[in-house]
Design a protein around this ligand. Structure first.
Ligand SMILES: Cc1ncc(COP(=O)(O)OP(=O)(O)O)c(N)n1
Ligand SMILES: Cc1nc(C(=O)O)sc1CCOP(=O)(O)O
Ligand SMILES: [Mg+2]
Length: 214
């Protein structure tokens, strides 16, 4: 994985998409416009299960493959292994980082971290990147922690200048610049793209903001 892959990391599941919109169509528009990484995150009260869940994952994977964009599975390590996904993203309550690393071998491993200790454990187990958030309030994750602002992001960047870091939570085209200026390699977003009326414009705006400070 390259650090640049984190630049605009789109996360989506069926429950994130407004009614009358097709999730796979939104993903295709986002890929066409230039997202750099995708995470399949199918959770929430009306989430797909069983065969429909796996078929949807495979559909998303196929599209990502066509656009040469890494396909990451949220939480479900077994699905990631079965599909030969590019990687897995886990949080602190999902799976011990060391066990995840053993199970997935060389696949990309992303880990959510909220403090120095979690950060160090992720690094010790060769996490390929860390996710830090929620930076701002979010309505896309029902069990999100209180917003943490950019202070831990700033601390993580100064402690580990070379570590791939993606910021997440309530990030939109208006506040993304602050996040890039703090040192994130990229932003991970759900609603900013899923609820956008012009996905191409939104993607282009995020990507231009990410370059301003480089
Ligand atoms: C890139 C990225 N960062 C953080 C998360 C959150 O992971 P987690 O805390 O495990 O919460 P869920 O997404 O599983 O609800 C993420 N998914 N991606
Ligand atoms: C999936 C997720 N994880 C978070 C964390 O803080 O770890 S916040 C979040 C939701 C991000 O969605 P939106 O871009 O719509 O705010
Ligand atoms: Mg998780």
């Amino acid at each position: 994985m390259k650090r640049e892959d984190l630049q605009l990391y789109f996360i989506m599941g069926t429950s994130n998409v407004p009614p009358q919109q097709q999730p796979i169509y939104i993903l295709e528009k986002a890929l066409q416009a230039g997202i750099t990484m995708f995470q399949f995150r199918e959770k929430g009260p009306h989430a797909l299960t069983g065969l429909a869940y796996e078929q949807f994952a495979r559909q998303c994977q196929k599209l990502c493959h066509q656009y040469n964009v890494p396909f990451i599975v949220n939480d479900d390590i077994e699905l990631a292994i079965r599909l030969e996904a590019d990687g897995v993203h886990i949080g602190q309550d999902d799976f011990p980082v060391g066990e995840a690393r053993k199970k997935i071998g060389n696949m990309i491993l992303g880990v959510s971290v909220h403090c120095e200790e979690e950060l160090q454990i992720a690094i010790n187990h060769q996490a390929d990147y860390v996710g830090i958030g929620p930076i701002f309030p979010t309505s896309s994750k029902s069990d999100a922690r209180p917003p943490c602002g950019t202070s831990f992001l700033q601390q993580a960047r100064s402690l580990h200048p070379e570590l791939p870091i993606v910021a997440i939570g309530g990030i939109n085209c208006t506040n993304a610049q602050t996040v890039f200026q703090t040192g994130a390699d990229g932003v991970a977003v759900i609603s900013a793209i899923c609820e956008s009326e012009d996905v191409e414009h939104t993607v282009n705006t995020f990507r231009s903001l990410s370059c301003i400070n480089k």
